[in-house]
Structures are given as structure tokens and as C-alpha cells.
Design a protein around this ligand. Structure first.
Ligand code: NAD
Ligand code: ZN
Length: 246
């Protein structure tokens, strides 16, 4: 495919490659994106994924969150996650920003990950603001309580109406502003501020490579190379055909 060749050429000339991933990279692991037919919103009601609803009725939100966690825990990283981890190990990929909360990049072996929308791996107390590791609680059996103040702990993903983690946002902007090439994978790029990261990168003259099963708002505006296809097929292909870096 011509676009794979073009992408390979950009990557091999790059000095600072970054990546931005969205729900589409985990579709191949059996975790559906939120929107559209068969979407996660049919399981995970957006009206409930709100911070005010959690404050009023944490139990209701936890029941729904457990379903989401069961789905995620029953899934495995796919070849797209593994290809990015391999690119990082090889020194090609310098950093990865994800909007996903599913921990699959970590499980695939990536280390330099900025989680913009939080993660199911954490819990946070809205009363004393302490962050805990989900693995230290029996979250599938009971609503976790803060050991300091007994409040019900909030799942670590960012809810509607909640601020994004400030440090992650700053790191993501810095990465986007430093990159000379950026891979945008499986995101419709409509949710801000994630959607502005490719624009920041482009403003810094980065080349934009986009991988998606369908065009997005970026495709005809700032994307330099659009590769139409499934991330779990395109990324291993791209990695497999890449010449030695440098
Ligand atoms: P999104 O912007 O993440 O949309 C998904 C995109 O992926 C679409 O553009 C779609 O065309 C593309 N896509 C679908 N399957 C693909 C594949 N196999 N390969 C490549 N591209 C593919 O929007 P959303 O799904 O509505 O999500 C909104 C927010 O919720 C984001 O923060 C998202 O990351 C998060 N979310 C996370 C998870 C997860 O952690 N796995 C799942 C659902 C949603
Ligand atoms: Zn507390």
C-alpha cells in the first residue's frame, strides 16, 4: 500500500515520534468504541458516567463500572498495542498519549504512557483526594471505601463534568509540541483537549500519520498520510516493513 510506504518514510526520518490513541485501537481486543452500533454506550450509560451522578449515587455508578471492568479484564492487548510497545523498545516511539482507560498499552509492554482520561487501574477519594491502586481493593465484590475517610472511592477514569488530570494534560501538550511526527490511531478526534494535540503537533511542523477504519475531521485538514484500515492489522504491517531507524 502506497500510504504505508509514505508513513514508513516519515517515521524513518523522524527524530521524535509521538502517538495518540483512542478507543479504536482496542476494538481489536473486543472492547467496542463508545459511539455507534454495538457501542459501549449501550452497556455503559453516558447519563450515569457523570461526576454529579456519582456523588449522589455512587452505588449505581459502581454497578455499571463493574460491567465495564469485567469486559476489559476479559480482554487482551492486540497486535496494535504490541507494535507500539515494540516501537518504544526500539527507540523509535518517544511517547504515547492515550484516551483509553483500559490499561492495554501497559499490558502490552509500553512504558512511556500519558493517560489523558484516567484509568480503571486507579481509584480516587473525592473527600481527601487520595489516589489508590484498584488492585488493593475487592472492587468486583463491593464498593471500595477510602481507608482514611470511609467515602466510596471513585473509579479512576475521568467522568463527564470532571477536570482532566492536569499533569497528564501538560505532559501531553509538551509531547505534541516536541514531536516531529505523530501517529493518530483509532480516534475520531472530536473530544477536546485530546483533539487539539494533533493540531499542536502540526503547528510545530510535525508530520501527521492517521490510522483509522474511516476518515475523521483530521483526515482532510491536517493529516499528511491517511492509512485506512484496522489498527491491529496496519500497525504490525508498518512495523514489519520499517527500515532500521536513523
Ligand atoms: P473515539 O474518538 O475514541 O472513536 C473511535 C474511533 O476508532 C473512530 O474514529 C473509529 O472509526 C475508529 N476505529 C474503530 N475500530 C477501529 C480499528 N479496529 N482500527 C482503527 N480505528 C478504529 O471515540 P469514542 O469511542 O466515542 O470514545 C470517546 C472516549 O471514550 C475516548 O476518550 C475513548 O478513548 C474513550 N473510550 C475508551 C475505551 C477504552 O479504554 N478501550 C473504550 C471506549 C471509549
Ligand atoms: Zn478519603
Amino acid at each position: 500500500m502506497e500510504s504505508i510506504k509514505d508513513a514508513r518514510s516519515i517515521i524513518s526520518k523522524s527524530h521524535y515520534l509521538a502517538a495518540l490513541t483512542g478507543a479504536g485501537i482496542s476494538a481489536g481486543s473486543g472492547i467496542p468504541a463508545f459511539r455507534g452500533r454495538g457501542g459501549l454506550w449501550q452497556v455503559y450509560d453516558p447519563a450515569l458516567a457523570r461526576i454529579d451522578v456519582f456523588r449522589d449515587n455512587p452505588h449505581l455508578v459502581w454497578d455499571m463500572t463493574r460491567e465495564l471492568i469485567a469486559l476489559i479484564e476479559g480482554s487482551e492487548p492486540n497486535p496494535a498495542h504490541r507494535a507500539l510497545a515494540e516501537m518504544e523498545r526500539g527507540g523509535v516511539l518517544k511517547g504515547l498519549v492515550t484516551q483509553n482507560i483500559d490499561n492495554l498499552h501497559q499490558r502490552a509492554g509500553s512504558r512511556s504512557i500519558i493517560e489523558l482520561h484516567g484509568t480503571i487501574g486507579n481509584l480516587r477519594c473525592l473527600t481527601c483526594n487520595t489516589v489508590f491502586n484498584s488492585a488493593d481493593f475487592k472492587i468486583m465484590d463491593e464498593d471500595p471505601l477510602c481507608p482514611h475517610c470511609s467515602a466510596v472511592l471513585k473509579p479512576g477514569m475521568v467522568f463527564f463534568g470532571e477536570a482532566l488530570p492536569f499533569g497528564a494534560l501538560m505532559e501531553a501538550r509538551l509531547l505534541a509540541g516536541t514531536a516531529d511526527a505523530m501517529l493518530i490511531i483509532g480516534t475520531s478526534a472530536v473530544v477536546n483537549p485530546a483533539a487539539e494535540l494533533p493540531v499542536v503537533a502540526k503547528g510545530n511542523r510535525a508530520k501527521i500519520i492517521e490510522i483509522n477504519i474511516e476518515p475523521t475531521g483530521l483526515t482532510n485538514s491536517i493529516t499528511d498520510v491517511f492509512i485506512r484500515g484496522r489498527a491491529e492489522e496496519v500497525l504490525p504491517d508498518l512495523l514489519g516493513t520499517m527500515p532500521p531507524h536513523g
